[in-house]
Design a binder for this molecule. Structure first.
Ligand code: IMP
Ligand code: MG
Length: 184
């Protein structure tokens, strides 16, 4: 996508504004700070989609916390997840010493997160919980729920605030619907 007009035309409409994100992230940070006061917590970000959410959420948490990253790839041919998941970068921390909070960008089919949760659980964290920015419950094919979800959205392909289409649009400060007619 080298053409700037093509790029702009891909942004169909804003679904969640910067202000809505900011206030929801603040609430999520306050919830974490309250729930885990006095406990060792590790925020685990699933790259790359959650990197912006993690950066903002971490700054909304006002208790001591540590941060680690994991990368998983789920393979798409189009905007539908195929369900095949590979962990391409693992955690550096010994999770058995922490209450682990997985910070996800979006739960779609749920396959990626289910796999990641299984791997982390096998290393016996003090506890494991999931915070997701977005949830598309209508698309779920495996059983997995977030403990805290900031926004529930319908079955749309969204971009921005870390989420990409073909690696573009992660830097949009809001969440927008991607114009899927661009795929054809
Ligand atoms: P899963 O289908 O729940 O396994 O989702 C896997 C990954 O697909 C998510 O973590 C996102 O990175 C990506 N994904 C799912 N839905 C969307 C979307 O609407 N926009 C951008 N990425 C998405
Ligand atoms: Mg993701």
């Amino acid at each position: 996508m080298k053409d700037i007009n093509d790029y702009r035309d891909g942004i169909k409409r804003i679904v969640i504004s910067e202000e809505e994100i900011r206030s929801a992230v603040k609430k999520a940070g306050a919830m974490i700070s309250e729930k885990y006061k006095g406990e060792p917590i590790l925020l685990v970000s699933v790259l790359k989609g959650a990197f912006i959410f993690l950066a903002d959420l971490a700054r909304a948490v006002d208790i001591p916390c540590e941060i680690d990253f994991m990368e998983a790839k789920s393979y798409f041919t189009d905007t539908k997840s195929s369900g095949s998941v590979a962990v391409t970068m693992d955690l550096k921390h010994d999770v058995s010493k922490y209450h682990v909070i997985i910070v996800e960008d979006i739960i779609d089919t749920g396959r990626t997160l289910k796999e990641i949760a299984k791997i982390i659980k096998s290393h016996s964290p003090l506890s494991l919980s999931i915070v997701t920015l977005l949830d598309k419950p209508s698309r779920r094919v495996v059983e997995i729920e977030a403990d805290y979800s900031l926004f529930t959205i319908p079955d749309l392909f969204v971009i921005g605030y870390g989420l990409d289409f073909d690696e573009y649009y992660r830097n949009l400060p809001y969440i927008a619907e991607f114009d899927e007619s661009r795929l054809k």
